[in-house]
Design a protein around this ligand. Sequence first.
Ligand SMILES: *[C@@H]1O[C@H](CO)[C@@H](O)[C@H](O)[C@H]1NC(C)=O
Ligand SMILES: *[C@@H]1O[C@H](CO)[C@@H](O)[C@H](O)[C@H]1NC(C)=O
Ligand SMILES: *[C@@H]1O[C@H](CO)[C@@H](O)[C@H](O)[C@H]1NC(C)=O
Ligand SMILES: *[C@@H]1O[C@H](CO)[C@@H](O)[C@H](O)[C@H]1NC(C)=O
Ligand SMILES: *[C@@H]1O[C@H](CO)[C@@H](O)[C@H](O)[C@H]1NC(C)=O
Ligand SMILES: *[C@@H]1O[C@H](CO)[C@@H](O)[C@H](O)[C@H]1NC(C)=O
Ligand SMILES: *[C@@H]1O[C@H](CO)[C@@H](O)[C@H](O)[C@H]1NC(C)=O
Ligand SMILES: *[C@@H]1O[C@H](CO)[C@@H](O)[C@H](O)[C@H]1NC(C)=O
Length: 433
Amino acid sequence: MRSCVVAGCLLFLFSYAAAYDPLDPTGNITIKWDVASWTPDGYVAVVTMNNFQMYRHIMSPGWTLGWTWAKKEIIWSMVGAQATEQGDCSKFKGNIPHCCKKTPTVVDLLPGVPYNQQFTNCCKGGVLASWGQDPQASVSAFQISVGQAGTSNKTVKLPKNFTLLGPGPGYTCGPAKVVPSTIFLTPDGRRKTQASMTWNVTCTYSQFLARKHPSCCVSFSSFYNDTITPCASCACGCENKNKCIKSDSKLLSVVGINTPRKDNAPLLQCTHHMCPIRVHWHVKTNYKEYWRAKIAMTNFNYRMNYTQWTLVVQHPNLNNVTQVFSFDYKPLVPYQAINDTGMFYGMKFYNDLLMEAGQFGNVQSEVLLQKDKDTFTLKQGWAFPRKIYFNGDECMMPPPEAYPFLPNSANQSLVHFSTLINSIFFLLIVWIW
Ligand SMILES: *[C@@H]1O[C@H](CO)[C@@H](O)[C@H](O)[C@H]1NC(C)=O
Ligand SMILES: *[C@@H]1O[C@H](CO)[C@@H](O)[C@H](O)[C@H]1NC(C)=O
Ligand SMILES: *[C@@H]1O[C@H](CO)[C@@H](O)[C@H](O)[C@H]1NC(C)=O
Ligand SMILES: *[C@@H]1O[C@H](CO)[C@@H](O)[C@H](O)[C@H]1NC(C)=O
Ligand SMILES: *[C@@H]1O[C@H](CO)[C@@H](O)[C@H](O)[C@H]1NC(C)=O
Ligand SMILES: *[C@@H]1O[C@H](CO)[C@@H](O)[C@H](O)[C@H]1NC(C)=O
Ligand SMILES: *[C@@H]1O[C@H](CO)[C@@H](O)[C@H](O)[C@H]1NC(C)=O
Ligand SMILES: *[C@@H]1O[C@H](CO)[C@@H](O)[C@H](O)[C@H]1NC(C)=O
């Protein structure tokens, strides 16, 4: 049994470490700079950030974009975003630049800024929806006027070393690459204009870079067995166990206890798993032609509301979803051959906000699936999902031997068989290493 747990963990770590996400193989955030015009000492560019990730969004407090100028460029002005620090502009008299730092750090403006500081798709506090959930809200843009720069496509030097926080670490950005100039269509659709020059930067996410531990865990139950399979202990790391807060603590009535902190540090309810999010999958009913599962998500972080949450589930029967009751649902088909994955998300203004820990800190729904008689079974944990992602981060599953069994089933031998398989896998992995 022990080797089974170890092998399970190793397998988990493998998928966790890879920057490549098999369920969203082309997922990325692309940052495009369109030089709109050349100026006497540089250029004016429109910077557009597109979130092409199917189910990973950028939550409040939003994105932070950084880069290093190739020469001595400065930012004269920005519309729709701002540099967080001006830096040393003491060389300038009269016209003072917006930012003189070699490595500027740029953030979005907040909603409701004066009209003359706004730009199309700006001013959302840096929040970007995922492409799968809301493509229209997955774009952010601002305008930047750059000085002391090249003034033609031959003399301009591309900024280097792009960094993206979304809002925490996890993204790695490639180098800027000149791409064919963007063609813009005027709003009436009757005239095309063209950028003088365009370059793109692509950033990809790796959960391994983002954090040491998973940030969510999965628990199971079923109508056919009273056992609840809990989240694995310390699934999200127990280093901060002494900083957690009991659900009946008097501290919870202190004013301001829920106020988010600038560094986004969580304040977790004490649990044996120490995860901010738990996803529970309950196999609820077995009908003749259909079966029904209940999905519930619980927030254990007192300092975080999860807005526009997404839940990705991989299960062989998701190719035949009949009805989803109170979430929105969209199948994910990264390749023709993969049709067992789908994404759930909240209905706008109804349950797209997963509230802070406490009485209201949960959302739930049920899903009705049509049975395929050749594959459906309640045995061997088949009815439980293979993989779960919350907000694009893979959640820790319980160890396979802890899944609820069918009562009096003669499946002990099968369990031993799977232990054997796992042991072989484990030896194989050790051998590869
Ligand atoms: C980024 O995502 C877009 C949309 O999915 C895709 O077309 C493009 O190839 C991706 N770029 C990279 C470098 O993966
Ligand atoms: C550059 O980025 C834009 C999105 O901002 C994308 O539509 C375009 O395909 C990208 N071009 C290349 C060559 O990657
Ligand atoms: C630079 O611009 C000129 C004129 O617009 C164009 O002919 C040329 O192909 C461009 N060069 C590059 C490297 O984009
Ligand atoms: C790129 O940026 C990172 C973080 O800002 C910094 O540590 C690194 O030294 C930079 N590299 C270069 C070549 O500027
Ligand atoms: C979560 O949202 C509710 C309702 O909008 C608000 O009252 C509460 O302060 C928010 N909590 C946090 C931690 O932001
Ligand atoms: C789903 O994928 C499986 C395995 O790749 C394939 O056999 C099946 O035909 C697919 N079903 C549909 C409806 O595309
Ligand atoms: C759903 O299941 C039914 C019954 O097994 C089958 O006829 C149908 O083709 C399935 N649909 C898909 C999309 O796989
Ligand atoms: C329920 O499942 C557990 C494993 O999680 C197993 O130990 C137990 O025997 C099962 N209960 C029944 C009544 O079969």
